[in-house]
Design a protein around this ligand. Structure first.
Ligand code: GLA
Length: 691
């Protein structure tokens, strides 16, 4: 809902529980009035006439209050917008007016030839505010040194705490919380992709717990380099500024008639604690971001950990037969099926099936997989090339490079320059051809190195490659999705190196981490769930001991229950699993299919975080509840605590579908569910149905 004051200078956007109010002063300063619980227009108007505090001349009354601080004028905060022309630097805008259409509010400002429009939207039934900016240049060339998507202003409080998700390869999305101090905390990526190091999300609170208290969150929808700066200003006010690009050295130049649209930076206020905030983010993504989110994702098998590069059609058929017998619904051939790709040294860029390995192309295997009743999927890494490839030999200038400098290789590969039209067209032809020649249902789209020598010698403004690569990727995905609407896409980047709201709006799921150790995964999944729903979180059961990471041995039970917290997959070498293991796995896959709607579409409650002892997650959908519980280590023979469940009706009874036992809602809520776990690395699934 949008309310607008009579003079057209105060606006209030409201969702079911929250409001966001802004005001343009008579000096054309755009101030944030309110972000928090619901208010009405009269409240916002009362806030608009409250005088700004008076400061000595060493502080600016605008700092910490503006919606989009520009460079120049009476402000000392980090600018969200920094531009320069041949004549001058900075911005001094005039308010031109507003438009409101289909729930979207546009506030229009102008500085000479540069039109700056701030966009606001609260998608229906959410408390998420989507913000972005468009810059239209109708004058002489303007260099955009920095153009953030939004600045978020928090209310005055005594002590803010910052939550963030940090990591590295094999250890993504781990949650940390720390008190804010004066100055700035800056997170981001200067790697050309979203990165394993930080997810583009922050949350701020003062005294929230898992299920109580106010939480402010912001998440950026951008899959390239990015930056979010959380600043605690001299008067302790807090502002969060974020957008595309790591530094301020220039995004792109806008010639006359050109425009730039920033990615969306979404903000959410919740008073339901960290859990309530996560559920609101999940609901928003399921309703407004993730394509076709009401369709549950199938159980997949992926051959990577089983075979690595040593693959053949015969061996894939054998794996497919075992996977099908287990109840798997989607069979995915990973790396190694194309070109001369028998190791990571060669073949990337040459997207036709390796004739020694797949003499008849992929179609015979795809048909066999379909015949077994499964969907068929393939792995690709389109944005990359091995120097040892036909593509690179033909087009050495199609990669990002700086003339006269070494071309830095990681994993023996270079990054293609997707800002180039010819490169995008080549990839389109290759991928469209692949999807047309074999009946492919699913594409795992990988990205296995960061940008290093991000140069484009032919372009007068080579920095634009950082932005245009991402736009090129998005355009390619959008075009492929439109041409092949039945194909699902997974975003992978050496595990979780490209997970953000931007890529999630055009992919169906993400590969959470190359770390498939089921214990490490609990912490990774705990962090992931702060912002993203289980519906997109792919998780595989692999072999024990875990060969990829740490040699940790764990039971099939523990591995399955860990992976059942997201989109279940199997990634072990099934030719080496015993008959008993295959039979047990079949049971688990069957159980997962039974709980899948609740896990993938339900509301998620983190009952206990993974901190060494008992941890658990509960999912609720309608009358059904699923609890997944894991015991890392039982100490001193102490009994495992009961799990106090959430979101049940205290007056109702709930039947356990495993044991037939009937529990009273009030008892489960206040005294808890006993899960009877023992020893080390034990796990349980409990299904409850309201009677
Ligand atoms: C990345 C992915 C893996 C696998 C390999 C293949 O590391 O994260 O799952 O696909 O590439 O080379």
């Amino acid at each position: 809902m949008l309310e607008i004051s009579e003079d057209g200078r105060t606006w209030v956007l409201s969702g079911p529980a929250s409001s966001y109010a802004v005001h343009v002063t008579d000096r054309d300063e755009l101030l944030n009035l309110h972000w928090g619980p619901r208010i009405g227009l009269a409240d916002a108007e009362a806030l608009a006439v409250r005088p700004l505090p008076e400061y000595w001349p060493f502080e600016s009354p605008l700092d910490g209050r503006e919606e989009y601080p520009v460079e120049g004028g009476p402000r000392f905060v980090r600018p969200a917008l920094s531009v320069r022309t041949a004549e001058r630097r900075g911005t001094e805008w005039l308010f031109e007016g507003h438009d409101a259409e289909d729930g979207e509010l546009r506030l229009r400002f102008r500085d000479g030839g540069l039109a700056v429009t701030l966009h606001y939207r609260m998608p229906s039934s959410t408390d998420v505010v989507e913000r972005w900016v468009t810059l239209d240049n109708r004058g002489p060339a303007v260099e955009l040194l920095r153009a953030d998507s939004a600045t978020w202003t928090l209310p005055d409080r005594d002590a803010w705490r910052l939550s963030q998700l940090h990591g590295r390869w094999g250890a993504e999305s781990r949650l940390t919380r720390s008190g804010l101090t004066h100055g700035e905390k800056v997170i981001g990526s200067r790697r050309g992709h979203t990165s394993h190091q930080h997810l583009p999300w922050v949350a701020l609170d003062t005294d929230a717990t898992e299920e109580r208290g106010e939480v402010y969150g912001c998440a950026l929808g951008w899959s390239g380099s990015w930056r979010i700066a959380v600043a605690q200003l001299p008067d302790a006010r807090v502002q969060i500024t974020g957008g595309a690009g790591w530094d301020d050295s220039g995004l792109l130049t806008l010639g006359a008639g050109e425009s730039y649209t920033t990615p969306v930076f979404a903000g959410l206020w919740s008073d339901g604690g960290f859990g309530g905030a996560s559920r609101a983010w999940h609901a928003y993504q399921r309703a407004h971001v993730i394509p076709d989110a009401n369709r549950d994702r199938p159980v997949l098998f992926n051959s990577w950990e089983a075979t690595e590069f040593d693959i053949s059609e015969v061996q894939q058929r054998a794996l497919a037969e075992r996977a099908a017998a287990m109840g798997v619904e989607l069979f995915v051939v990973d790396d190694g099926w194309f070109g001369a790709r028998t190791s990571d040294r060669a073949g990337l860029g040459d997207w036709s099936p390796n004739p020694d390995r797949f003499p008849g192309g992929l179609k015979p295997l795809a048909d066999h997989v379909h015949g077994l009743g499964m969907q068929f999927g393939i792995w690709v890494e389109p944005e990359m090339v091995n120097p040892d490839s036909d593509l690179y030999r033909a087009h050495p200038d199609w990669v990002q490079y700086q003339p006269g400098r070494k071309r830095t290789e990681f994993r023996n590969q270079l990054v293609l320059n997707l800002a180039r039209e010819d490169v995008r067209e080549y990839l389109w032809e290759q991928l469209d051809g692949l999807l047309s020649r074999a009946p492919v249902d699913y594409v795992k789209w990988d990205f296995n190195r960061c940008f290093t020598d991000a140069g484009w010698p032919d372009d007068p403004y080579p920095q634009r490659l950082w932005v245009d690569h991402v736009h090129g990727l998005y355009a390619l995905l959008d075009r492929l999705r439109a041409a092949h609407p039945g194909v699902a896409f997974e975003s992978c980047s050496g595990g979780g190196g490209r997970i953000d709201l931007g890529v999630l709006s055009r992919t169906d799921q993400v590969w959470t981490s190359d770390n498939t150790d089921p214990l490490d995964r609990l912490a990774i999944q705990h962090g992931f769930s702060q912002i993203h729903p289980a519906r997109v979180m792919a998780a595989w059961v692999t072999d024990s001991p875990n060969a990829m990471l740490n040699q940790r041995a764990s039971s099939l039970r523990f591995r399955f229950v860990s992976a059942m917290a997201g989109v279940l997959g199997v990634g072990g070498d099934l030719t080496r699993w015993t008959r008993e293991e295959l039979a047990e796995a079949r049971e688990w896959v069957g159980l997962y299919k039974g709980i899948r709607p609740v896990v993938q579409r339900g509301d998620q409650y983190r009952l206990r975080p993974p901190r060494g002892g008992l941890s658990a997650v509960q999912y609720v959908l309608g009358d059904e509840t699923v609890v997944l519980a894991w015991l890392q280590a039982q100490r001193y023979g102490e009994p495992v605590p009961a799990l106090r469940l959430r979101a049940l009706d205290p007056t109702a009874s709930y039947e356990c579908l495993e044991t037939g036992e009937v529990h009273r809602g009030a008892v489960l809520l206040h005294h808890g569910l006993r899960v009877g776990l023992r020893g080390d690395l034990d796990a349980a699934v409990v299904r409850l149905k309201r009677k």
